[in-house]
Design a protein around this ligand. Structure first.
Ligand SMILES: [Zn+2]
Ligand SMILES: [Zn+2]
Length: 370
């Protein structure tokens, strides 16, 4: 049997639909029929050739959900549920070695030097060829962690849990946010929206969001933002005055940079209180520098400046649980759905930010209405 996949052959050129044979599974492997693949903002950067991890030709797509069609041997999900053909699953996007200093000593598998991801580190030149989620089928190696999803749940809605949701969860995990805290989020894409939803669920008292798109700001409000600041309407000085007024002149307890813009990080540092934390998860590829006043911004401020790189199974679990509790809200985050043949259009609407989140439905032949 063959499977269709969208292949990136040359940077900045349209993906090409190609057909590959579905490989025979090895012991412990699972073949999934992909029901939905997320189109991530970082897929756009990969398509543009800005991600140093990419080797062409490759099948993009690192976020996926689907149905198990075959298991070679026995396989359990992370909860210990034995899996069978017909089960719906979401897979953790990364595989770490499980044995190195980061995996075993520091228990931070997301920092494993051997960590790899389907649809990022994989080329489709050699067998098993099908190594990205922009495809009808994907064979998963035994090391991939799976979450079985209960029947009746619209699994396509859950796709963002595996990347932006998990990365936001990692940021939350490292932030030290406490109930009652005031929080500021920079960026109104999926990363920012997930962050708003997380801090609300943790009991943040004030959730201030800075963004540049009214519709996205409104979406943040529906997830729990208490104050929206449109950066096109309010100059930075004015934004600072508003934030300081709301926080007794201190600044917020925790700021989250989820925009991937150096200026956003700089503003996050200026709006956090003395002794607070500034958490930055927006930079998925090289994107500029900022100047830091070592005394005022860092030392005197006792600032905790925390970078965040990708995520691991622990964070996918956190995102999945958050989503399962707010499925209808998250359904609205997926603004565009396309068949596999329209993968280029999906990348375009993510690039232009017309879409908050686009997904591919590889087994649907026509665009699906919302
Ligand atoms: Zn490792
Ligand atoms: Zn991603």
């Amino acid at each position: 049997m063959d499977a269709r996949a969208a292949v990136l052959e040359k940077f900045n050129e349209p993906l090409v639909i190609k057909t590959f044979p579905i490989p025979k599974l090895r012991e412990g492997e699972v073949l999934v029929k992909i029901e939905a693949a997320g189109v991530c903002g970082s897929d756009v950067h990969m398509w543009e050739g800005r991600d140093p991890r990419i080797r062409l030709p490759m099948i993009p797509g690192h976020e996926g959900v689907g149905e198990i069609v075959e298991i070679r041997g026995e396989k359990q999900d992370v909860h210990g549920n034995r899996l069978f053909a017909g089960d719906k699953v979401l897979w953790n996007r990364s595989v770490s070695c499980g044995h190195c200093y980061f995996c075993k000593v520091k228990m931070e598998p997301s920092l494993c030097p051997q960590r790899w991801v389907y649809g990022i580190h994989t080329s489709c030149v050699d067998p098993p060829h099908l190594t990205g989620n922009y495809a009808e089928y994907l064979p998963l190696v035994p090391e991939v962690d799976l979450f079985r999803i209960e029947p009746g749940v619209d699994i396509s809605t859950l796709v963002p849990a595996s990347c932006s949701g998990a990365t936001a969860a990692h940021a939350i995990d490292l932030s030290g946010v406490e109930p009652g805290d005031s929080v500021l989020v920079q960026g109104v894409g999926p990363l920012g929206i997930f962050t708003v939803a997380f801090v609300r669920s943790l009991g943040a008292s004030q959730i201030i969001v800075i963004g540049g798109t009214e519709e996205r700001l409104a979406m943040c409000k529906s997830f729990g933002a208490t104050l929206l600041l449109n950066r096109h309407q309010l100059p930075e000085k004015e934004r600072k005055r508003i934030v300081m007024d709301m926080t007794h002149g201190r600044g917020v307890d925790v700021t989250f940079e989820m925009a991937g813009e150096p200026d956003a990080l700089k503003e996050c540092i200026s709006l956090v209180r003395t002794g607070g934390a500034c958490v930055s998860a927006g930079f998925g590829e090289p994107h500029g520098t900022i100047e830091v006043d070592c005394f005022h911004d860092l030392g005197r401020k006792n600032l905790r400046l925390q970078g965040v790189w990708v995520s691991d199974t622990r964070h996918t679990h956190m995102a999945l649980q958050l989503m399962l509790g707010h499925l209808q809200d998250f359904k609205r985050m997926i603004t565009h759905r396309f068949p596999l043949s329209a993968a280029n259009e999906a990348i375009r609407v993510m690039k232009t930010k017309e879409a908050v989140k686009a997904i591919l439905l590889p087994h649907k032949s026509l665009p699906t209405s919302l």
